[in-house]
Write a protein that binds this ligand. Structure first.
Ligand code: SF4
Length: 172
């Protein structure tokens, strides 16, 4: 099993006060196995379960085995972290740390990209510049155009509407 550190996976940043910084003795009790040490570990695990960066902390702890040999990290004990590393290796292969680092890098790049503006709605060509007679002045050109339209309409022979035939009437 590989257990080198992965420098491309940084420890997550947090603006909140982390319990592991304010109460470090809970996370790495000196006399392991004693009742008070067990109590401290339980306290540490509880604090981790409410920590806003627990997921990224776990990722960092798993990929930095040599820096996390002891103590509680992201609510896990050293033995639990070893088990998780074995599982990751089985799932992702011997290069699992780099696989996680690459996925992490891709996610960081995606998050850093500025959001794409939504495409402007396409106006239908017919309505791109609709004529708004109540807004636009009636120009001389438009007056002339309107007169011609009217003339055409009056001079064009109209086709008579066909009367209903007898056959059609009988069909009812
Ligand atoms: S999850 Fe990690 S950063 Fe958060 S309190 Fe636990 S050990 Fe500290």
């Amino acid at each position: 099993m590989t257990s080198p550190t992965a420098p491309s996976i940084p420890f997550p940043r947090s603006t909140t006060r982390l319990a592991c910084r304010t109460n470090p003795h809970w996370f790495a009790p000196e006399r392991t196995g004693s009742p008070s040490a067990r109590q401290d570990i339980e306290r540490a695990k509880r604090a981790c379960s409410g920590c806003p960066i627990a997921t990224d902390c776990l990722k960092w702890a798993l990929t930095h085995a040599d820096l996390t040999r002891i103590g509680v990290w992201a609510a896990t004990t050293p033995r639990q972290r070893t088990q998780l590393r074995h599982r990751l290796e089985n799932r992702l292969g011997p290069d699992w740390i780099n696989a996680i680092a690459r996925a992490d890098e891709r996610a960081r790049q995606r998050d850093a990209r500025p959001p794409q503006p939504a495409p402007a709605p396409q106006a239908h060509p017919m309505w791109a510049h609709p004529y708004q007679p109540w807004r636009e002045p009636l120009t001389a050109d438009r007056q002339q155009h309107n007169r011609e339209l009217l003339k055409q309409a009056l001079t064009q022979p109209t086709t008579p509407t066909p009367r209903p035939t007898r056959i059609r009437a009988e069909a009812y």
